[in-house]
Design a protein around this ligand. Structure first.
Ligand code: MN
Length: 475
């Protein structure tokens, strides 16, 4: 009687929060099946994130480790999973036990019961018993796979398998690349989650465009963006929002967001909400006062044309480097025309103003698992179900020319650098403090691509039109 009551209470507690995991237990099971099929034998061990302490008894907001989440759907701290490709009962979870004393402070946790019932573990144990129990699963196996980046887990498992007692696996291999290979191709469910996080991010961009005006601080736009995220069901940012105005627009991963935005400044907003653990990553660059200056327009249009030239090529079979080349070609033409470079064929000149890659995979992590390298110089070849960003930029940083000698020491002669600076100086002065990045999230389809973030105003006219609308939130 008592136990049934507890069970009913648990069901009530879990029914709301566990809904997503319940619905998608099959999705997570199929990922484990694919990985198990790929590796065939041995033991796969992946640990989730621990709760990190901020200070005293205050914790950082918890986010699960992406590989662990990908294979389990389990969102609590201090858990570890085992997958046993060769066994019948092949999915084992170690989770924090449901502790009534802790529940008073932090609420109920799933515990061993929830791990099996909701997350479909064949067997589950309390995390405290990990070392004891994992030995049983390692015994008699030939190989153990775990992420080598997890030094603590590596040490724990190494200590067990190097023990002279017991028939433990002699081989240990990094599992990361196998999981990355799976994560690179998104399922329909994943695409749905990514689209949702992108849709929320687009709403935030539109609100920011309406609210932006001289005199606001960058963090006010940042706060508005994150308000829109949460208002629309995103539990947190996919990565810290970049809101950089004026000279800050030229800092690639600008974090401070603490400057007052001035009339005539341009502002780069590189932002992404998280939804269902998946991140968006959409960048728009807008004029603070709502109207692009002539100089801003010129730079903007080059970046936009470069982005479109890259996106247009996207289809299965194209190499990721071919996308980059197409974008970079347009950037080089534009920079030459503006007078910011003197030699289109130079290997380094355009890198002074466009110094990053053209994009990255997108998924559970904003810079998602997968890697760029392919069989040849085309880089990794695109396949249906891949999602990645295309985000060229031009950044006329106020310190770009004075830093050039420091950056190029040993690679270029002082004379070559001085000549370059002399020639591009007028254009540099003209376009100084303009940083433009435009970033969209692209799904590779069977025959081409779908721009998942195309609803965010992007053309010059479209942005100016949005910015003319009054904000209902920031008056
Ligand atoms: Mn990005």
């Amino acid at each position: 009687m008592v136990s049934r009551l507890i069970l009913q209470t648990l069901l009530l507690v879990f029914s709301a929060s566990a809904l997503i995991a319940q619905i998608n237990a099959e999705e997570f099971a199929s990922r484990r099946d694919v990985l198990a099929g790929e590796l065939n034998d041995g033991v796969i061990i992946v640990k989730g994130n621990d709760q990190k302490t901020r200070n005293q008894d205050v914790d950082y907001k918890f986010r699960q480790g992406s590989d662990f989440y990908y294979l389990s759907g389990f969102n609590e701290a201090g858990a570890t999973l085992l997958i046993l490709p060769g066994e019948d009962k092949k999915f084992i979870l170690f989770v924090k036990e449901n502790n009534p004393r802790m529940a008073i402070w932090s609420g109920e946790t799933y515990g061993v019961w929830g791990a099996m019932k909701i997350f479909k573990a064949d067997t589950a144990f309390a995390s405290d018993n990990f070392e004891e129990e994992v030995k049983k699963y390692l015994r008699g196996q030939k190989k153990v796979y775990l992420p080598f980046a997890d030094a603590e887990l590596f040490e724990t498992v190494s200590n067990i398998i190097t023990s002279p007692w017991g028939r433990y696996p002699k081989k240990i291999e990094d599992v990361t690349k196998y999981i990355a290979k799976l994560r690179l191709i998104k399922s329909n469910y994943e695409i749905e989650m990514i689209q949702k996080s992108i849709d929320i991010t687009i709403k935030a961009h539109k609100e920011a465009m309406m609210a932006a005006k001289p005199g606001l601080f960058e963090y006010e736009i940042g706060a508005l963006i994150e308000y829109v995220y949460q208002k629309n069901g995103s539990p947190r940012i996919g990565f810290p929002s970049i809101v950089g105005s004026g000279a800050n627009s030229t800092i690639l991963h600008y974090k401070a967001n603490d400057q007052k935005m001035k009339d005539g400044d341009i502002v780069v907003m590189d932002i992404g909400a998280e939804y269902g653990m998946y991140s968006a990553d959409v960048t728009r660059t807008i004029p603070v006062n709502g109207v692009f200056s002539e100089e801003q327009k010129q730079i903007y249009q080059i970046v936009l044309d470069a982005q479109k030239a890259g996106i247009e090529l996207i289809k299965p079979g194209k190499g990721i480097s071919e996308i980059y080349e197409a974008s970079t070609d347009v950037i080089k033409d534009g920079l030459l025309e503006l007078g910011l470079i003197t030699d289109r064929e130079s290997r380094w000149q355009s890198r002074v103003w466009f110094m990053h890659g053209v994009g990255h995979w997108l998924g559970l992590d904003v810079h998602d698992a997968g890697g760029r390298n392919g069989a040849d110089k085309r880089g990794k070849l695109l396949e249906e179900g891949m999602v990645f960003t295309v985000e060229p930029g031009i950044y006329v940083a106020p310190n770009a020319l004075e830093n050039l000698k420091l950056l190029m020491t040993g690679r270029l002669s002082d004379k070559e650098i001085d000549e370059f600076i002399e020639e591009v100086k007028p254009a540099f002065e003209k376009y100084k403090n303009i940083g433009v990045r435009i970033e969209d999230d692209i799904l590779v389809t069977k025959t081409g691509y779908r721009n998942l973030s195309k609803a965010a105003p992007r053309d010059i006219d479209a942005i100016e039109k949005w910015m003319a609308k009054p904000s209902e939130i920031v008056k």
